[in-house]
Design a protein around this ligand. Sequence first.
Ligand code: GLN
Length: 285
Amino acid sequence: MNAKEHKTWTIGAILNWTGQYFRDKGVATPRLDAEVLLSHILGRDRLYLYLNYDQPLEPAELAAFREAVKQRALRVPVAYITGHKEFMGLDFIVTSDVLVPRPDTEVLVEAALARLAGVSAPVILDLGVGSGAIIVSLLHRLKAATGVGVDISPGALKVAAANAQKHGVAARLALKQGDLFAPVAGRTFHAIVSNPPYIPDGDLAGLEPEVRHEPRTALAGGADGLDFYRRIVAGAPGHLNEGGFLAVEVGRGQAAAVAGLAAMSGLGVEAVIRDYAGIERVVIM
Ligand code: GLN
């Protein structure tokens, strides 16, 4: 864009230019990202872009879009630039203090919803609540449910609080700063859900550039990636009601190891569920 500073940019022309620029920068979905960012700057949906393809951008719009493009070219995740990510049909606020909610994690939420359907007023614990995507989606669907969200990161808890407020569940969600079960000593739950950090330390450097913009505390799972599962599976029996369950997201190839930990802890494995890509993604115990 710099070389053509004084040219009038139409929506169509700038999408074409940006799509190519992102492609050159190695962005996985270059055209889509250009459209999402321009929609965000203009405060319109993507359809608007196509219905107004020949419309010139105002100088202020162009300046704001240029800044967003600069960020994305540095491989900052789209959701950190727009400040939003859709999950379970809800719009979540996200900042760089939290992991960007992933579609695969919806499998965990759906599995928990299915198992809580018959419970009249379930109490749910989310370990490593992050943006709140999991627990807020659950409480939004289950109107009689209450929950506790724990996170070690004060920044993440602020984001979770904003999302709980936004989706009308703040009165039913307690957010607590601390390390896993520490803030809920002596309490039991119908369900414990978690998407803990599970990337083996040695794999962190090789992650996609976007993931390296995400909080390391939300990703690093120790030498074999299983550190948090060891502690969660060991602690869960003491925090589950009779008939309660633990549901965790796992990384590729980790389901069997987590099932092994469950066996040692006296928890039976009820189901292993695959994600949209066919990868074993959720273990229910
Ligand atoms: N799903 C994330 C990734 O693959 C990892 C999330 C996590 O560690 N819980 O980048």
